[in-house]
Write a protein that binds this ligand. Structure first.
Ligand code: URA
Length: 238
């Protein structure tokens, strides 16, 4: 919960004192109602309208091209997090990463402040497939590919759901495509390790029907369009 004057100034280019005078003049509405008290506290997902202009809806949905070297957490005392690299207008909006990528994994990461949305795409029961491309030390054999389909079992006995793997054609380094609908810790690296294949680089390319925007530079982010939000929500096979 944050004071209204703070929320208005965080989401706009207004200073705290400019925000306070607009609030006192009755120019600020929160969740559809005018609020004239600067110190009233609201949730970070509150919908704020100033002079008829929305400063952001209830929920935010961002796509990030996650770079290497940042961790998928909201706070970390030692490491830089994906929230630390967001542009200022997205700070203090209650955003969190919907699912995790390892520190050294790059590519498509969704950030939102909508817990239900996050659950819908991350829960293994919702069967939303995530596609990864791994740069590896060698290709998969046909037996490995069948093993992915029947369900890889880790050394500790953990069984993965049926998944899809393929060798990707192209020049240079070996590349393997992997599609999974779960998010176990280090899952893709561990699945490939079971086949004796070592991952050198890993990138997430898509979540359900939503694919990483190739125009986004590493570390860049943008809001999802309404169509993309529906694409994600329709990606669940339950
Ligand atoms: N699987 C991994 O091993 N790492 C990731 O970051 C994501 C999936």
């Amino acid at each position: 919960m944050e004071r209204l004057d703070k929320l208005v100034s965080q989401r706009s280019s207004l200073t705290r004192s400019e925000a306070r005078s607009l609030i006192k003049r009755g120019e600020v509405a929160v969740n559809g109602e005018v609020c004239k008290s600067c110190d009233k506290k609201f949730d970070s997902s509150a919908e704020i309208v100033v002079g008829g202009k929305s400063l952001g809806g209830k929920y935010l949905y961002l796509m990030m091209n996650k770079p290497e070297g940042v961790v998928c957490a909201t706070k970390d005392s030692l490491e830089k997090t994906v929230l630390d690299i967001l542009p200022p207008q997205y700070k203090n909006r209650g955003l969190f990463p919907a699912g995790r990528l390892d520190k050294d994994t790059t590519g498509l990461l969704l950030l939102t402040n909508d817990g239900e949305f996050s659950h819908r795409i991350m829960s293994p029961n919702k069967n939303v497939y995530k596609y990864y491309i791994a740069q590896t030390d060698k290709p998969l054999s046909e037996d490995d590919i069948s093993l992915f389909r029947s369900g890889i079992v880790f050394k500790d006995g953990t069984k993965c759901k049926s998944a899809f793997a393929e060798n990707l054609k192209g020049e240079g380094a070996c590349r393997v495509g992997v599609k999974i609908c779960e998010g176990k810790y280090h899952q893709v690296k561990k699945m490939l390790a079971v086949c004796g294949v070592k991952v050198q680089k890993l990138e997430r390319i898509s979540i359900g029907f939503l694919t990483l925007d190739i125009k986004l530079p590493k570390g860049g982010c943008r809001e999802l369009t309404d169509i993309e939000i529906s694409q994600i929500l329709f990606s669940s096979f339950t």
